[in-house]
Write a protein that binds this ligand. Structure first.
Ligand SMILES: [Zn+2]
Length: 291
Protein backbone atom coordinates (compact mmCIF):
# COMPACT_ATOMS: atom_id res chain seq x y z
CA UNK A 1 0.00 0.00 0.00
CA UNK A 2 1.34 3.43 -0.91
CA UNK A 3 1.68 6.26 1.58
CA UNK A 4 0.46 9.58 0.11
CA UNK A 5 2.80 11.46 2.45
CA UNK A 6 5.83 9.91 0.75
CA UNK A 7 4.47 8.41 -2.44
CA UNK A 8 1.56 10.31 -4.03
CA UNK A 9 -1.03 8.62 -6.27
CA UNK A 10 -0.43 8.92 -10.03
CA UNK A 11 -3.12 11.62 -10.19
CA UNK A 12 -5.48 13.00 -7.56
CA UNK A 13 -8.77 14.54 -8.68
CA UNK A 14 -10.33 17.06 -6.27
CA UNK A 15 -13.99 17.82 -6.84
CA UNK A 16 -14.63 21.17 -5.15
CA UNK A 17 -18.02 22.82 -4.72
CA UNK A 18 -18.63 26.52 -3.97
CA UNK A 19 -21.88 26.42 -2.00
CA UNK A 20 -22.66 30.11 -2.56
CA UNK A 21 -26.46 29.71 -2.44
CA UNK A 22 -28.14 33.08 -1.81
CA UNK A 23 -25.24 34.67 0.12
CA UNK A 24 -24.22 37.15 -2.61
CA UNK A 25 -27.84 37.70 -3.71
CA UNK A 26 -28.78 38.79 -0.18
CA UNK A 27 -25.81 41.19 -0.09
CA UNK A 28 -26.75 42.68 -3.46
CA UNK A 29 -30.49 42.75 -2.80
CA UNK A 30 -31.24 40.51 -5.79
CA UNK A 31 -34.86 40.14 -6.99
CA UNK A 32 -36.88 36.93 -6.44
CA UNK A 33 -36.06 35.13 -9.70
CA UNK A 34 -32.30 35.57 -9.23
CA UNK A 35 -32.58 34.40 -5.61
CA UNK A 36 -34.56 31.36 -6.75
CA UNK A 37 -31.81 30.46 -9.23
CA UNK A 38 -29.41 30.43 -6.27
CA UNK A 39 -31.86 28.51 -4.08
CA UNK A 40 -31.91 25.68 -6.64
CA UNK A 41 -28.42 24.82 -5.40
CA UNK A 42 -29.38 24.14 -1.81
CA UNK A 43 -32.74 22.58 -2.69
CA UNK A 44 -31.85 20.32 -5.61
CA UNK A 45 -28.17 20.56 -6.49
CA UNK A 46 -26.62 19.61 -3.15
CA UNK A 47 -28.73 16.45 -2.58
CA UNK A 48 -28.03 15.28 -6.16
CA UNK A 49 -24.30 15.88 -5.80
CA UNK A 50 -24.09 14.21 -2.38
CA UNK A 51 -25.98 11.21 -3.72
CA UNK A 52 -23.52 10.82 -6.65
CA UNK A 53 -20.50 11.22 -4.36
CA UNK A 54 -21.89 8.64 -1.91
CA UNK A 55 -22.61 6.15 -4.72
CA UNK A 56 -19.06 6.43 -6.04
CA UNK A 57 -17.41 6.72 -2.60
CA UNK A 58 -15.84 10.10 -3.47
CA UNK A 59 -14.65 12.56 -0.77
CA UNK A 60 -14.76 16.25 -1.78
CA UNK A 61 -14.24 19.82 -0.57
CA UNK A 62 -16.98 22.42 -0.06
CA UNK A 63 -16.21 26.15 0.09
CA UNK A 64 -19.11 27.65 2.02
CA UNK A 65 -19.89 31.31 2.74
CA UNK A 66 -20.79 31.99 6.38
CA UNK A 67 -24.29 33.06 5.35
CA UNK A 68 -24.94 29.66 3.73
CA UNK A 69 -23.49 27.92 6.77
CA UNK A 70 -25.89 29.66 9.15
CA UNK A 71 -28.97 29.83 6.90
CA UNK A 72 -29.01 26.21 5.70
CA UNK A 73 -27.72 24.07 8.61
CA UNK A 74 -29.39 20.89 7.29
CA UNK A 75 -27.54 21.21 3.99
CA UNK A 76 -24.25 21.68 5.83
CA UNK A 77 -24.94 18.70 8.09
CA UNK A 78 -25.65 16.51 5.06
CA UNK A 79 -22.28 17.55 3.58
CA UNK A 80 -20.49 16.74 6.85
CA UNK A 81 -22.34 13.43 7.20
CA UNK A 82 -20.96 12.49 3.76
CA UNK A 83 -17.39 12.85 5.06
CA UNK A 84 -16.59 15.97 3.03
CA UNK A 85 -14.36 18.91 3.93
CA UNK A 86 -15.79 22.33 4.83
CA UNK A 87 -13.68 25.36 3.86
CA UNK A 88 -14.29 29.14 3.85
CA UNK A 89 -15.63 31.33 1.04
CA UNK A 90 -16.42 34.74 2.57
CA UNK A 91 -19.51 35.62 4.60
CA UNK A 92 -21.81 37.25 2.04
CA UNK A 93 -19.51 36.15 -0.82
CA UNK A 94 -17.69 39.51 -0.71
CA UNK A 95 -15.35 40.71 -3.47
CA UNK A 96 -12.02 41.05 -1.63
CA UNK A 97 -10.64 43.38 -4.30
CA UNK A 98 -13.18 45.91 -3.02
CA UNK A 99 -13.12 45.30 0.75
CA UNK A 100 -10.98 47.34 3.19
CA UNK A 101 -8.26 45.53 5.15
CA UNK A 102 -10.05 45.77 8.53
CA UNK A 103 -13.28 44.45 7.06
CA UNK A 104 -11.37 41.57 5.42
CA UNK A 105 -9.90 40.61 8.80
CA UNK A 106 -13.34 40.67 10.41
CA UNK A 107 -14.86 38.52 7.63
CA UNK A 108 -12.03 35.99 7.87
CA UNK A 109 -12.32 35.74 11.67
CA UNK A 110 -16.10 35.40 11.50
CA UNK A 111 -15.80 32.66 8.84
CA UNK A 112 -13.23 30.70 10.85
CA UNK A 113 -15.38 30.92 14.00
CA UNK A 114 -18.49 29.75 12.13
CA UNK A 115 -16.73 26.68 10.70
CA UNK A 116 -15.23 25.92 14.09
CA UNK A 117 -18.71 25.98 15.66
CA UNK A 118 -19.95 23.44 13.10
CA UNK A 119 -16.98 21.06 12.81
CA UNK A 120 -15.16 21.65 16.13
CA UNK A 121 -11.94 22.60 14.31
CA UNK A 122 -10.67 25.63 12.34
CA UNK A 123 -10.86 25.31 8.55
CA UNK A 124 -7.73 24.57 6.53
CA UNK A 125 -8.82 26.10 3.25
CA UNK A 126 -9.88 29.45 1.82
CA UNK A 127 -11.18 30.28 -1.65
CA UNK A 128 -11.78 33.94 -2.51
CA UNK A 129 -15.32 34.63 -3.72
CA UNK A 130 -15.19 35.40 -7.48
CA UNK A 131 -11.50 34.32 -7.23
CA UNK A 132 -10.97 38.02 -6.50
CA UNK A 133 -8.27 39.36 -4.17
CA UNK A 134 -6.81 42.70 -3.18
CA UNK A 135 -3.02 43.10 -3.08
CA UNK A 136 -2.83 42.40 0.70
CA UNK A 137 -5.64 39.84 0.96
CA UNK A 138 -3.55 36.67 0.95
CA UNK A 139 -1.34 37.98 3.76
CA UNK A 140 -4.48 38.39 5.85
CA UNK A 141 -5.70 34.92 4.81
CA UNK A 142 -2.33 33.53 5.94
CA UNK A 143 -2.45 35.48 9.22
CA UNK A 144 -5.97 34.14 9.87
CA UNK A 145 -4.41 30.67 10.11
CA UNK A 146 -5.36 29.08 6.80
CA UNK A 147 -3.10 26.36 5.39
CA UNK A 148 -4.12 26.80 1.78
CA UNK A 149 -5.73 29.21 -0.68
CA UNK A 150 -7.49 28.15 -3.86
CA UNK A 151 -7.93 31.30 -5.97
CA UNK A 152 -4.72 31.79 -8.03
CA UNK A 153 -3.74 30.50 -11.46
CA UNK A 154 0.08 30.42 -11.70
CA UNK A 155 0.16 26.60 -12.07
CA UNK A 156 -2.30 23.90 -12.99
CA UNK A 157 -1.53 20.40 -11.61
CA UNK A 158 1.08 21.37 -8.99
CA UNK A 159 0.66 23.09 -5.64
CA UNK A 160 2.99 25.95 -4.86
CA UNK A 161 3.82 28.31 -2.00
CA UNK A 162 2.20 31.73 -2.17
CA UNK A 163 4.59 34.70 -2.37
CA UNK A 164 3.58 37.54 -0.06
CA UNK A 165 4.57 41.15 -0.65
CA UNK A 166 5.26 41.23 -4.40
CA UNK A 167 5.87 44.85 -5.49
CA UNK A 168 5.23 46.01 -9.04
CA UNK A 169 6.20 49.46 -10.22
CA UNK A 170 6.22 51.00 -13.68
CA UNK A 171 9.44 52.82 -12.84
CA UNK A 172 11.20 50.59 -10.26
CA UNK A 173 10.37 47.23 -11.86
CA UNK A 174 9.04 44.12 -10.12
CA UNK A 175 10.34 42.81 -6.81
CA UNK A 176 8.98 39.45 -5.73
CA UNK A 177 8.20 38.86 -2.07
CA UNK A 178 9.31 35.73 -0.17
CA UNK A 179 7.47 32.42 -0.45
CA UNK A 180 5.20 31.86 2.54
CA UNK A 181 3.89 28.70 4.20
CA UNK A 182 0.48 29.37 2.61
CA UNK A 183 -0.02 26.68 -0.03
CA UNK A 184 -1.78 27.44 -3.31
CA UNK A 185 -4.24 25.00 -4.90
CA UNK A 186 -4.44 26.53 -8.39
CA UNK A 187 -7.71 27.00 -10.28
CA UNK A 188 -8.70 27.99 -13.81
CA UNK A 189 -11.88 29.08 -15.62
CA UNK A 190 -11.91 26.12 -18.02
CA UNK A 191 -12.14 23.78 -15.01
CA UNK A 192 -15.04 25.76 -13.50
CA UNK A 193 -18.67 24.98 -14.37
CA UNK A 194 -19.82 28.61 -13.99
CA UNK A 195 -18.22 30.37 -17.00
CA UNK A 196 -19.06 27.37 -19.18
CA UNK A 197 -22.72 27.10 -18.27
CA UNK A 198 -24.07 30.29 -16.70
CA UNK A 199 -25.03 33.21 -18.99
CA UNK A 200 -23.51 36.61 -18.18
CA UNK A 201 -24.77 39.08 -20.81
CA UNK A 202 -23.01 41.97 -19.03
CA UNK A 203 -19.71 40.19 -19.79
CA UNK A 204 -20.72 39.21 -23.30
CA UNK A 205 -20.95 35.54 -22.30
CA UNK A 206 -23.88 33.48 -23.50
CA UNK A 207 -23.08 30.43 -21.34
CA UNK A 208 -25.45 27.45 -21.65
CA UNK A 209 -22.62 25.38 -23.13
CA UNK A 210 -23.46 21.88 -24.35
CA UNK A 211 -22.30 19.42 -21.70
CA UNK A 212 -20.38 17.54 -24.40
CA UNK A 213 -18.09 20.58 -24.78
CA UNK A 214 -17.46 20.85 -21.02
CA UNK A 215 -16.86 17.10 -20.83
CA UNK A 216 -14.33 17.32 -23.67
CA UNK A 217 -12.39 20.09 -21.90
CA UNK A 218 -12.43 18.35 -18.53
CA UNK A 219 -11.50 14.87 -19.83
CA UNK A 220 -8.67 16.29 -21.97
CA UNK A 221 -7.29 18.03 -18.85
CA UNK A 222 -7.67 14.73 -17.02
CA UNK A 223 -5.80 12.75 -19.70
CA UNK A 224 -3.04 15.35 -20.00
CA UNK A 225 -2.51 15.60 -16.24
CA UNK A 226 -2.52 11.81 -15.93
CA UNK A 227 0.11 11.46 -18.67
CA UNK A 228 2.36 14.43 -17.87
CA UNK A 229 2.00 15.38 -14.19
CA UNK A 230 2.73 12.27 -12.10
CA UNK A 231 1.74 12.86 -8.48
CA UNK A 232 -0.26 15.94 -9.50
CA UNK A 233 -3.68 17.27 -8.64
CA UNK A 234 -6.55 18.15 -10.96
CA UNK A 235 -8.99 20.52 -9.24
CA UNK A 236 -12.52 21.01 -10.57
CA UNK A 237 -14.61 23.95 -9.32
CA UNK A 238 -18.40 23.55 -9.35
CA UNK A 239 -21.50 25.27 -7.97
CA UNK A 240 -24.55 23.26 -6.86
CA UNK A 241 -26.98 25.69 -8.55
CA UNK A 242 -25.09 25.21 -11.83
CA UNK A 243 -23.76 21.62 -12.00
CA UNK A 244 -26.94 20.38 -10.24
CA UNK A 245 -29.08 20.69 -13.42
CA UNK A 246 -29.86 17.26 -14.89
CA UNK A 247 -27.87 17.42 -18.14
CA UNK A 248 -24.82 18.69 -16.24
CA UNK A 249 -25.09 16.02 -13.53
CA UNK A 250 -25.09 13.44 -16.34
CA UNK A 251 -21.87 15.06 -17.62
CA UNK A 252 -20.32 15.00 -14.14
CA UNK A 253 -21.12 11.29 -13.83
CA UNK A 254 -19.33 10.64 -17.12
CA UNK A 255 -16.33 12.71 -16.06
CA UNK A 256 -16.07 10.90 -12.72
CA UNK A 257 -16.29 7.52 -14.46
CA UNK A 258 -13.63 8.55 -16.99
CA UNK A 259 -11.31 9.52 -14.12
CA UNK A 260 -11.99 6.33 -12.16
CA UNK A 261 -11.20 4.24 -15.26
CA UNK A 262 -7.64 5.63 -15.50
CA UNK A 263 -4.90 3.70 -13.77
CA UNK A 264 -3.76 5.24 -10.48
CA UNK A 265 -6.39 8.01 -10.25
CA UNK A 266 -7.87 8.72 -6.82
CA UNK A 267 -10.36 11.33 -5.59
CA UNK A 268 -9.54 13.22 -2.42
CA UNK A 269 -10.33 16.26 -0.27
CA UNK A 270 -8.05 19.25 -0.70
CA UNK A 271 -7.08 19.39 2.99
CA UNK A 272 -5.70 15.84 2.80
CA UNK A 273 -3.82 16.40 -0.46
CA UNK A 274 -2.34 19.65 0.90
CA UNK A 275 -1.34 17.98 4.17
CA UNK A 276 0.45 15.17 2.30
CA UNK A 277 2.18 17.71 0.00
CA UNK A 278 3.34 19.71 3.02
CA UNK A 279 4.78 16.53 4.53
CA UNK A 280 6.53 15.56 1.27
CA UNK A 281 8.08 18.99 0.81
CA UNK A 282 9.06 19.43 4.46
CA UNK A 283 6.75 22.42 4.90
CA UNK A 284 4.89 20.67 7.70
CA UNK A 285 7.84 21.27 10.01
CA UNK A 286 7.84 25.03 9.50
CA UNK A 287 4.63 25.89 11.32
CA UNK A 288 1.81 27.95 9.90
CA UNK A 289 2.97 31.20 11.46
CA UNK A 290 6.27 31.30 9.58
CA UNK A 291 6.48 33.12 6.29
ZN1 LIG B 1 -18.46 31.50 -4.96
Amino acid sequence: MTNPRTDPPRLTVALSFDHDSISDGVRRGDPPVTLSHAEFGVRVGVPRILSLLAERGIPSTWFVPGHTLETFPDSIQAILDGGHELACHGWFHEDFAEVAADEEREILERCVAAIRRVTGAPPKGWRAPYWSLGSGSLRRVFEAGFFYDSSLMADDYRLYRVRLGDQHSLTEGTHFGPESALVEVPVYWAMDDWPLFEPAPERGRDGLTAPSKALEIWTEELRYAHAHAPGGLLTVTMHPECIGRGHRMAMLERFVDAAAALDGVVFDRLDRYVEAWRARTGLVERGIGEA
